[in-house]
Every structure is written in C-alpha cells, then in structure tokens.
Design a protein around this ligand. Structure first.
Ligand SMILES: Nc1ccn([C@@H]2O[C@H](COP(=O)(O)OP(=O)(O)OP(=O)(O)O)[C@@H](O)[C@H]2O)c(=O)n1
Ligand SMILES: C[C@](O)(CO)[C@H](O)COP(=O)(O)O
Length: 220
C-alpha cells in the first residue's frame, strides 16, 4: 500500500521569536527540517513538505548547500496548521493508501514509531502518537482550580497517521478553532481516534529552550 508523509512547516514560529524561521535553525549543522525529512526517508514513503510560499527560495538554497538528497515535493502552506495539512492532503490524488502527518519541527521522531503508526493505521484507520503525563495536573476556571486524574490524560504528538480516504474526507470540513491537530479533525468527522505509544524524546521545537533539549538528545 502506498505510504505518504505530509510534513507541515508552514507556521511562523512566533513563540521561538527567532529571526530565522525555526524549521531552518541548524542542529548539529543540519537544518531542523532536514533531520525530520531524513526520518521519513525509508520504505518508499512519498514525502510532501508544506512550506510558506515566501520560504521556498531559502529552502532551495539550503537543499543545494547541504546537498540534501531526500526526495520531496513542495506544497504551499496555509493560514492555520489545518489549512497547511489540507493543502498537503489535496496534493495527493490517490485515496487508497496511508498518510502520516507530522510537524516539521519534531526532528527527533523515532523511525520505529513512524513504522508502527503506518501498521496500526492500516489496521484501525488511525494511529496517533501519545505519551502519559509526568507531572500532576489541575483544571482552572474563573472560580479557582482543581486537581485532575492525570491517568485519564495523554499528551498528543505527531506522527498522526491515517487511512487516506478517512482523513481526506475529514479535512473537507470547514475549519474550526478546536482543530489543534489532525486527530481532532478526524474525531469531528465521527471517527474514533486510535492512540499508539509515542516517545518523550519526540519534542516539538516551540520555544528557545527546546533547541537546547533537542541538541542534548542529538549529542547522546
Ligand atoms: N499555518 C501553519 C501553522 C503551523 N504549521 C506547522 O505546524 C507545526 C506545529 O506548529 P507550531 O510548532 O505551533 O509552529 P508555529 O505555528 O510556527 O509556531 P507559533 O505558534 O509559535 O507561531 C509546525 O511544524 C508548523 O510549521 C503549518 O504548517 N502551518
Ligand atoms: C499537532 C500537535 O503537535 C500535537 O501536539 C500540536 O497540537 C500542534 O499545536 P500548535 O498549537 O500548532 O503548537
């Protein structure tokens, strides 16, 4: 069965606050995005890279400088992450097959988890990487706060992998601000979300300290 990966890097990285878009920041000499694409370069996976239009030239220069040879197709980013994923999915003509949707800024993703996500999505329709909470949690509202049972919660990562037919249909819905990831889009279309075990190392590079953490993992 044909496998696709939609790697989304269409965001603006406001929380990183860096001049260089965060997906281009180098870790061990290689832009973050290249680490991510390399992780998906196996088993004939067809990679679609979603980037803001105005970053295409910069990316092409980086590809030349690093002699980066992972095959990929560029797709234009959208206003919200939802629209970037939607643009990626709309580029795929096939409706048979599997697609892993992954944040370009999660460069430490484990290939075994990617592999497992395709296997489980093939069998169950979806496979979404998740990890248990290590800290205690409280809910907060206008009247105060209250302890919650952390065993009832999971932190959600990417890859989020799906049967193409299901996720393409789900992304025909109009955008809703509750769509913080792809699982929430599938769920709103009436399908159950199947969780698989993620990995604490698979951090999303969001704020400056995440760069230090990622660098430390790469040095191990
Ligand atoms: N319109 C958007 C917004 C986000 N993303 C991607 O979705 C992933 C997760 O988003 P996040 O880390 O929040 O990235 P940004 O939106 O760039 O960050 P910020 O919210 O701090 O601006 C990133 O790989 C980001 O590039 C995207 O493809 N298109
Ligand atoms: C998709 C995601 O990485 C799963 O944890 C996350 O929801 C992205 O959120 P952000 O608001 O774009 O950072």
């Amino acid at each position: 069965m044909q496998k696709f990966a939609v790697i989304v890097a269409g965001g603006s990285g406001k929380r990183m606050g860096a001049e260089l878009p965060k997906q281009f920041i180098a870790l061990q000499g290689l832009p973050i995005l290249m680490h991510t694409l390399k992780a998906f370069h196996f088993d004939d996976i067809k990679i679609l890279l979603v980037l803001p239009d105005h970053q295409t030239d910069h990316w092409n220069q980086l590809v030349a400088t690093h002699r980066f040879d992972v095959p990929h197709q560029l797709v234009k980013g959208g206003k919200e992450r939802f629209h970037s994923v939607q643009n990626g999915l709309n580029t795929i003509a096939e409706s048979d097959g599997l697609v892993a949707i992954h944040d370009g800024v999660r460069p430490l993703v484990d290939r075994n988890i990617i592999r497992k996500s395709y296997e489980i999505a093939y069998a169950k329709g979806s496979a979404v990487a998740s990890i248990p909470l290590k800290d205690s949690i409280r809910s907060v509202d206008h009247s105060g706060n209250q302890q919650e049972d952390r065993n009832q919660f999971r932190l959600i990562q990417t890859p989020q992998t799906f049967q193409l037919r299901l996720i393409k249909k789900a992304f025909e819905q109009p955008y809703n601000t509750s769509f913080t990831d792809d699982a929430s889009v599938l769920e709103a279309a009436g399908h159950a979300v199947h969780l698989i075990e993620g990995n604490y190392k698979n951090i999303k590079i969001t704020t400056p300290e995440d760069l230090l953490i990622a660098q430390s993992f790469l040095n191990v």
